[in-house]
Design a protein around this ligand. Structure first.
Ligand SMILES: Cc1cc2nc3c(=O)[nH]c(=O)nc-3n(C[C@H](O)[C@H](O)[C@H](O)COP(=O)(O)O)c2cc1C
Ligand SMILES: CCCCC(=O)C(=O)O
Length: 361
């Protein structure tokens, strides 16, 4: 029985090739940050208010022009066809049906146009909420063409991942010899449409030479809102403001890039402070429960993202699994709000969160 997100991980673990399970579950090096993300939430306690609840709670949010049924979105995760034959098509249908925002990974194994078409077909009466995650490529012409593709496909915001000047190193992948996608799977957004060898697929380039000038370049080449994913230093948050960025997704890539960085929820108050309410701060990393969502929102996040939970849902039970994972998080969020005496997300304020004294959490 799937009672919670962890149940999906257990089933996914039994279903998946251990090499792919490790790819998804793993983090960089000693996995200190991977563990810290969940522990960060566990060390925080909730202090509920009483006698001020409401019969029906409002969970809807509006973010960068996208309406969503809840402040939980699908963080971008690569290679969905590695865990289920329908891959991102199934994920997109589930997200659209749940009214959740899906951030399509640039490294998706289904082309962004097809992902968007699947989402639209799942909810013919409304526009599904899709954003696109981008690794800026040093080949700016290619980057520009890809941004155009994502925009024309119907993605309404760009999430630029900036924590990957080089790829993080997972020792699980190394031990398992997992270096490439299996035969037949490709990063379909990297296919050459013009130029190059027609039909061939490029490698995603992680470039240490990316700079704020690239962000400025992107700002000039798109009218979509730009979020930066992976800013961790408050000084970089302030720089992001100066470079006209529209939002931050506070993320340590699920502990997959630099190991030893703090958990995202521990950094959240400082980040929220750094941007001073001028742009929304979203967060991902370690969100597994409705209580985690409430803690992040109370500390100032506009929304949270989930990465692995979605992949576990997909691996365990395809579209239905992703649907159920999203439903569970929504139900838990609603239940937690009720127990906290919060009638809406606006009632979530920092005073509801306490740091558990050391040694007791
Ligand atoms: C299997 C997997 C693939 C990922 N692929 C991407 C990606 O293509 N682009 C990206 O910006 N982040 C990627 N991430 C990071 C997620 O967007 C997100 O930051 C992270 O998973 C959040 O932590 P959580 O898994 O604890 O929810 C990936 C994460 C996982 C687990
Ligand atoms: C080039 C694919 C990157 C995938 C990724 O970001 C991850 O596995 O964390």
């Amino acid at each position: 029985m799937f009672l919670n997100v962890r149940d999906f991980e257990e089933v996914a673990r039994t279903r998946l090739d251990p090499v792919y399970y490790d790819y998804v579950a793993g983090g960089a090096r000693d996995e200190v940050t991977l563990r810290a993300n969940e522990e960060g939430f566990q060390r925080l306690s909730l202090l509920p208010r009483v006698l001020r609840g409401r019969e029906k709670r409002e969970l809807d949010v509006s973010l960068f022009g996208s309406r969503a049924s809840m402040p939980v979105l699908l963080s971008p995760t690569a290679f969905h066809r590695l865990v289920h034959p329908e891959g991102e098509l199934a994920t997109a249908r589930a997200a659209a049906a749940a009214g959740a925002i899906m951030i399509v990974s640039m490294a998706s194994t289904v082309a962004v146009e097809e992902v968007a078409a699947a989402a639209r077909a799942a909810v013919p009466d409304r526009a599904p909420a899709l954003w696109f995650q981008l690794y800026l490529q040093p080949d700016l012409e290619f980057t520009e063409a890809l941004v155009r593709r994502a925009t024309e496909a119907g993605c309404t915001a760009l999430v630029v991942t900036v924590d990957s000047p080089v790829l993080g190193l997972s020792e699980r992948n190394k031990r398992n010899g997992f270096t490439d996608l299996p035969e037949g799977l490709r990063c379909e957004n990297l296919r050459e449409l013009r130029g190059g060898e027609p039909g061939s697929v490029r490698q995603i380039v992680m470039s240490p030479e990316l700079s704020w000038e690239h962000v400025d370049w992107l700002r000039r080449h798109t009218s979509l809102p730009i979020l930066l994913k992976g800013v961790l230093h408050p000084e970089d948050a302030r720089l992001a403001l100066r470079h006209g960025v529209d939002g931050l997704l506070l993320s340590n890539h699920g502990g997959r890039q630099l190991d030893s960085v703090p958990s995202t929820v521990d950094l959240l108050p400082e980040m929220v402070d750094a941007v001073g309410g001028r742009i929304p701060v979203l967060l991902d990393g370690g969100v597994r429960r409705g209580t985690d969502v409430v803690k992040a929102l109370a500390l100032g996040a506009a929304a949270v993202g989930v990465g692995r939970p979605v992949v576990w849902g997909l691996a365990a039970d395809g579209e239905r699994g992703v649907r159920r994972v999203l439903e569970l998080l929504r139900e838990e969020l609603d239940h937690t709000l009720a127990l906290c005496g919060a009638g809406s997300l606006r009632d979530l304020t920092p005073d509801l969160v306490r740091r558990t004294p050391a040694g007791r959490g």
